[in-house]
Design a protein around this ligand. Structure first.
Ligand SMILES: Nc1ncnc2c1ncn2[C@@H]1O[C@H](COP(=O)(O)OP(=O)(O)OP(=O)(O)O)[C@@H](O)[C@H]1O
Ligand SMILES: [Mg+2]
Length: 591
């Protein structure tokens, strides 16, 4: 018979423990195991699910990235609809619908009701998701804030679509499915409907609408609709009708592999020998590398990979460091592309000028291929609208749009390599004296088979040296193009101001000469005007020829003008004690 301790005895024991401290046996009684689901349940902030506004945006992000990934894999032009309904105070329902491949009866539960489960974690492929906790994290959040299940409808095109409710059993990190029904409708894709408390819909720079606007810019092949809580429907139309190429799965490169990864891969390998395991599972691994490794390790590499010990794996990784492997393959990376970025920015930002640069793929940490795309939009609706000035005209400030594998990053901007790279550039060299207040939208997309996020919340990219270098080169290149465009615009305006000024003088001179000579004022004026035009044209012609012959670059021409402007300003100050030059007055500069 089990004797249950009386309340008095329990109290006495607790008092004794408090007095003497705990023994290992006392602690063993409290020793428990937790599932990964229980861990994340307590640490939702690690998934970016924290803060009322941020949480709602992150939920939208998780569903939308999954839909885009699934459509890309299935080679389907994505048609997405997100609806956000307010159903109470800080209580919302989010419905995300896609026309993707759908989920089978066997996988739907795991996909949305089991943490660290999915089709992406173990693969080296350029995708938005990579961990297997995005959508399932949302299911968990819905459950712990409302006690309700997530409703799913999914159709694969084979058999009838399914409707079901999903929750997670946090103790075991296993999905619980209920109300499974077949539905009598044609539907291919996935609809997820989930309720959340403690979230808030607003219209700000970090809110779902902005998130989807940016998603549309980086995914011009997607059609995205948002239905806001007030019922308003906002559609971002597809501007590019071709399905992007499917990113290729790549093998890990030996230079990027750590000992524990090697041990894990070896454990799950179906190869019979370590030598063939290495050859078939790693990028750029040839017979020569196998030979080199065999010569330099203390064991026979024909042994079973499942038997590979930590020390042996360590020996192999040490050899990886010494061998000169060819750099990783980079052809599996799929950038958005210059014409598509240009079209997107034109449609959504409507700027005066766009400069886009796609750098060649590169490699970080020796083993991970990545590529950088930068687009800078200048003027028009580029930049972020801030408060109106005294005349009531809306002001614009610089706007940095960060993307990782085409997914917008709206939070943690300070800690992100993209922000750091933008800030590290001396924009004054590119003619932007007041960079923070320039009408600029800077679009940066980093693509990789493995984005080095700073945390599981996937909002900031870590500043790996090679990534920073590529970001800076792309930004400087685009900056240079903006500089020459802005310089050209300025020169044109100055020339026009000069022409107007000379014409004004020409009229006065023509009047005086006509008086003195008795000749037609009109003829004299026309002649003077043609001299002015010829003079200005000559200057233009000289610049054009210098450019064509390669004697000068656009930047050098602009630098010459800058010098001339400074000279003229100095002279004007000397002559008119600070008065503006006539040309500057005409062009309205400095007002
Ligand atoms: N709309 C969808 N259509 C098809 N499959 C989906 C959809 N949403 C999720 N999945 C599947 O469910 C899996 C789990 O999704 P989840 O968002 O939890 O993780 P992930 O996308 O793999 O990685 P991450 O945690 O980085 O988002 C995905 O890997 C995918 O296989
Ligand atoms: Mg995901």
């Amino acid at each position: 018979m089990i004797r249950v301790a009386s309340e008095k005895e329990e109290k006495q024991e607790a008092a004794e423990k408090a007095e003497r401290g705990l023994t290992a046996e006392d602690m063993a009684k409290d020793f428990k195991e937790h599932s990964v689901a229980e861990f994340f349940k307590k640490n939702m902030q690690m998934l970016g699910l924290t803060g009322k506004i941020k949480t709602l945006t992150t939920i939208v992000h998780e569903y939308v990235t999954n839909s885009l990934d699934a459509c890309e894999e299935a080679k389907i032009l994505p048609d997405l609809e997100v609806q956000i309904k307010e159903i109470g105070n800080e209580y919302y329902e989010v419905t995300a619908k896609d026309n993707g491949p759908g989920l089978t009866k066997e996988t739907v539960g795991k996909a949305l009701g089991k943490l660290l489960a999915g089709t992406k974690f173990h693969r080296m492929v350029q995708m938005r998701g990579q961990q297997g906790i995005g959508a399932s994290g949302c299911t968990m959040l819905s459950q712990i804030t409302t006690g309700k299940a997530v409703q799913v409808i999914t159709g694969t095109g084979k058999g009838k679509p399914l409707s079901l409710d999903i929750t997670i059993d946090p103790k075991h990190n296993e999905p619980k499915l209920a109300n499974i029904q077949e539905i009598d409708k044609d539907f291919k894709g996935t609809i997820i409907r989930a309720k959340f408390k403690g979230v808030k819909y607003v219209n700000s720079e970090q809110a779902p609408l902005e998130y989807l606007r940016r998603t549309a810019i980086a995914n011009p092949h997607a059609q995205i609709t948002l239905i806001e809580p007030n019922g308003e429907k906002i559609a971002f139309k597809r501007t590019h009708k071709e399905i992007p190429a499917r990113p290729m799965e790549m093998k890990p490169h030996p230079k990027g592999v750590k000992v524990d990864e090697l041990v894990t891969l070896a454990k799950y390998s179906s190869e019979r020998k370590v030598s063939s395991f290495l050859k078939n599972n790693f990028d750029r691994f040839g017979d020569k590398a196998v030979e080199d490794i065999q010569k330099n390790v203390s064991f026979d590499i024909n042994k079973d990979p499942k038997q590979l010990s930590w020390e042996e794996a360590e020996e192999i990784v040490n050899q990886f460091k010494k061998i000169n492997f060819i750099a990783p393959r980079t052809d599996g990376l799929i950038p958005i592309g210059e014409p598509q970025i240009r079209k997107s920015l034109e449609t959504i930002v409507k700027p005066e000028f766009i400069s886009v640069v796609t750098r060649k793929p590169s490699v970080y940490s020796g083993g991970f291929p990545f590529q950088v795309e930068v687009g800078i939009a200048y003027g028009g609706e580029a930049g972020r609208v801030t408060e109106a000035n005294e005349e009531g005209v809306a002001q614009r400030k610089i706007e940095i749009m960060r993307f990782a594998n085409r997914a917008p990053l709206l939070f943690d901007s300070g800690g992100c390599a993209i922000t750091k790279a933008v800030q590290s550039i001396d924009w004054k060299r590119y003619g932007m004296k007041d960079f923070e207040n320039a009408p600029l939208t800077i679009f940066v997309n980093l693509i990789s088979v493995h984005i080095p996020y700073t945390s599981a919340g996937k909002q900031a990219i870590s500043d790996e040296d090679e990534i920073m270098e590529e970001l800076r080169l792309a930004l400087m290149d685009t900056g240079r193009k903006i500089y020459t465009f802005v310089g050209k615009q300025k020169r044109l305006a100055e020339k026009e101001a000069k022409r107007k000024m000379y014409y004004k003088y020409a009229t006065e001179v023509a009047y005086a000469v006509a008086e003195l000579t008795g000749k037609s004022k009109k003829d004299i004026e026309a002649k003077l005007h043609s001299i002015v035009l010829k003079h200005l044209k000559l200057e233009e012609q000289r610049e054009k020829e210098a450019l064509e012959k390669g004697e000068m670059t656009e930047e050098e021409i602009e630098a010459e003008y800058e010098k001339r402007r400074a000279r003229e300003k100095k002279e004007a100050e000397k002559n008119g004690k600070g008065k503006k030059s006539a040309a500057a007055e005409e062009s309205g500069e400095g007002e």
